[in-house]
Design a protein. Structure first.
Ligand SMILES: *Cc1c(COP(=O)(O)O)cnc(C)c1O
Length: 388
């Protein structure tokens, strides 16, 4: 077994088997664990030995998932949470205190935007937004109290990219922690920690589950940072359920083959859209017309499963297109086997003002497509008939 082959590790890094020698890992539905004796209990609570105590802290299923994710992404350690937002919230609250400042990419997931804009200010945590395609804004945005740089690349739904190696150097030089939301890329396409990031966060709800079944979040980083995360999460309780961890660990076994197909299909869709007269703009990292194409090629294995387009004719044309789709689902989710169309201005980004939306490149005619695993002819066929 090659130590560093992603596909093999994603399948073969399994939790230890029980006396029943099961081939597939069992589901450990237990909230707590027994101690051998009074001394065993004392030593476990005193952190003098490793072992399971309570499933808010750890469980064999979450351990297996975390171990796999850490190895696949080149991180020392990890922590699993109930959702991607729980992972983001836990990371923010572990490392930030009143008076701290976050420098964040402007185009972040809608709920992350809500946290920064409307929830953290009441605890005295401030923020500045910078655009991924404007390096000077990152240099200028750093303040004496900046504790964290937070970035999503590729961004949602604008599919902008920033050079993570460059950003990690800027963060290090200024003694600031770099946190990357790696949800769109997954560990298969991009490994931020290897590029210098301190923390990589995933909404496992998306491509890692890949079948639209469950929520989950993962935080990856150095052993020291994850120890800090643990200190907060053990007591605040954003734990992932054992069932979800079991499901997500199984999903990782097929991540590579699924991502290969998502990316292959998405590139074909992007090329089709770019050549279509009703389309004003197409954003896909591996289209040579993408403004950060060279950076995408450098830091991503492939372009991912999301294609964002702007249709000619604004809101009216966008809703006509959505309503004419026969196979695509209209849903706010992404990273599913089923192809999905979303209209960000009226759904995921409806809480932003029109001006804020335009700043992150969301027009009334913007549509985000999550390209699924159906036959490519059916995917393109559905888009084509909806565009006429
Ligand atoms: C979905 C998503 C999240 C939030 O994840 P949940 O599992 O829905 O809580 C965070 N970041 C990005 C980029 C996402 O797409």
């Amino acid at each position: 077994m090659q130590e560093d082959n992603f596909e093999t590790l994603a399948i073969r890094l399994q939790a230890e088997r029980t006396q029943f020698k099961e081939h597939s890992v069992p589901l450990y539905l237990t909230s707590s664990y027994k101690f051998d004796d009074a001394e065993d209990m004392r030593a476990l609570f005193a952190n003098e030995k490793e072992g399971n105590v309570y499933s808010r802290y750890a469980n064999p299923n979450t351990d297996e998932l975390i171990n796999k994710m850490s190895v696949l992404e080149g991180a020392e350690a990890g922590w699993a949470t109930a959702s991607g937002m729980a992972a983001i919230f836990t990371t923010f609250l572990t490392f930030l205190a009143s008076g701290d400042h976050v420098l964040s990419s402007r185009s972040v997931f809608g709920s992350t935007h809500q946290l920064l804009n409307n929830i953290f200010p009441k605890w005295g945590i401030s923020y500045t937004y910078a655009d991924l395609d404007k390096p000077e804004e990152w240099e200028k945005g750093i303040q004496s109290n900046t504790k964290m740089i937070f970035v999503e690349t590729p961004s949602n739904p604008g599919i902008d990219i920033i050079d993570l190696e460059w950003l990690a150097k800027l963060a290090k030089k200024n003694n600031i922690m770099l946190v990357v939301d790696n949800c769109f890329a997954t560990p298969y396409l991009q490994q931020p920690i290897k590029l210098g990031a301190d923390i990589s966060i995933h909404s496992a709800t998306k491509f890692i589950d890949g079948q639209g079944r469950t929520l989950g979040g993962i935080i990856l980083g150095s052993a020291k940072h994850i120890k800090d995360i643990e200190g907060f999460a053990r007591h605040s309780g954003p734990a992932m359920s054992p069932f979800n961890a079991w499901l997500l660990s199984k999903s990782l076994e097929t991540l590579a083959v699924r991502m290969d197909r998502h990316c292959e299909n998405a590139l074909k869709v992007a090329e089709f859209l770019e050549a279509h007269a009703s389309i004003k703009k197409v954003m896909y990292p591996f289209l040579p017309s993408h403004p950060q194409y060279e950076i995408a090629k450098k830091q991503m294995k492939q372009g991912g499963g999301i294609v964002t387009l702007v249709i000619e004719g604004g809101a009216e044309a966008a809703s006509r297109f959505m309503n004419k789709l026969k196979m695509f689902s209209i849903s706010a989710n992404l990273g599913d086997t089923r192809s999905i169309a979303t209209h960000p201005a009226t759904s995921t980004h409806s809480k932003l003002t029109e001006a804020e939306r335009l700043q992150v490149g969301i027009e009334q005619g913007t549509i985000r497509l999550s390209i699924g695993l159906e036959h490519i002819n059916d995917i393109i066929g559905d888009i084509e008939q909806a565009l006429v």
